[in-house]
Design a protein around this ligand. Structure first.
Ligand code: GFB
Length: 318
């Protein structure tokens, strides 16, 4: 069987790492990767030259500027402009190089702040966005629209996937700019090591989030990429938004997840909520019916994924 050439844009990030990991057992793909130093996707000419030289069959587009609630509010220009630039360059180059299938990674924050739960794909653009991540969400919405526009105008098959909040090996553990789970893993670990009597958790503790282990997302991406021709064509047909949610189907409060991290780390001190920090969206639970109907389901329970993530943190940073 002829191998498909697959370019993973952003293979060192959480999603890219998980996709590479899921590919490790596969022999039907020849995988192409480039570090940021080797190829800057914000450089239009370099991106175009790369695509025209290598002409991958498939692209998994997970290169993006990402971060947690504070990073989003501190660097709004970066989250909007860097992401738009990368997307424009990759979409245009992919089209010019005749890419067959592309999977574009978005995020569950593209949906309206107060939309009904669980969130169905068709709720996109039905209401105002959450202010703390509006620039990032708008860049990602533009990416969904790019998929759709290329499919309509040129008959391409570009699919946008919207994962829920992710965590897992190789995550960004920055104390302030990371997402909530890696931030808490680090904070509880450091408090345990130093013997601090209390750990601060931002916000009221009441927002609800759905957390997915990154290796599950890696597998979901390969599952979608490998769908038979008629199914992939159905998802990316010109008259439907090419959008699919990827999640686990259940959520927890920030307080509950903080207690779980505390237990996983083995910290015995107090947990203190800091209400001066932002809560963000009150709830973000994805409806995963569309993906389930294709035959895919997440399989790593939060408690198991957290144990693996904590082990990874200790190995890398402990
Ligand atoms: O992962 P996170 O930063 O982003 O989670 P979002 C924020 C929630 O966790 C808020 C609480 O309710 C915070 O108050 N939280 C508690 C903390 N302690 C901490 C902490 O130490 N660090 C952080 N970061 N949060 C992001 C978007 O939204 O979701 C991104 O900003 C992206 O653009 C991502 O879409 C998936 O879930 O609120």
């Amino acid at each position: 069987m002829e191998k498909k050439k697959l370019f993973i844009a952003g293979h060192r990030g959480l999603v890219g790492t998980a996709t590479l990991q899921a590919l490790s057992a596969r022999t039907d793909y020849e995988v192409l990767t480039r570090t940021h130093d080797e190829l800057d996707l914000e450089d239009r000419d370099a991106t175009r030259a790369f695509f025209l030289e290598h002409r991958p069959d498939h692209v998994v587009m997970c290169a993006a500027k990402v971060g947690g609630i504070l990073a989003n509010s501190n660097f709004p220009v970066d989250f909007l402009h860097n992401n738009l630039r990368i997307q424009l360059n990759v979409f245009d180059a992919a089209h010019e190089a005749g890419i067959d299938r592309m999977i574009f990674l978005g995020s569950s924050c593209i949906y309206p702040r107060d939309c009904p739960q669980p969130i169905k794909e068709e709720y996109l653009l039905t209401g105002p966005l959450e202010a703390t991540n509006r620039p990032y969400a708008l860049a990602k919405i533009a990416g969904v629209e790019s998929c759709w526009a290329f499919n309509r105008q040129y008959g391409t098959r570009y699919l946008a996937v919207m994962p829920t909040n992710m965590y897992g090996p190789g995550d960004n553990y920055h104390p302030e700019h990371s997402h909530v789970l890696p931030a808490l893993i680090r904070r509880f670990h450091e408090a345990k090591t130093k013997g601090d009597p209390a750990v601060v958790v931002w916000g009221s503790g009441t927002p609800r989030r759905e957390f997915m282990y990154s290796s599950d997302l890696g597998e979901a991406i390969l599952f979608l990429l490998g769908l038979p021709e008629e199914k992939f064509a159905e998802l990316t047909r010109a008259n439907a938004t090419p959008l699919i949610n990827i999640g686990v189907g259940e959520d927890v409060t920030i307080r509950e997840v903080a207690e779980l991290v505390k237990a996983t780390v083995g910290y015995t001190g107090e947990l203190r909520l800091d209400a001066t920090k932002p809560d963000g969206t009150p709830r973000k639970l994805l409806d995963v019916g569309r993906l389930a109907s294709l035959g895919w389901k997440a399989r790593t329970p939060l408690a198991v994924g957290l144990k693996n993530a904590y082990r990874d943190f200790v190995e890398r940073h402990g």
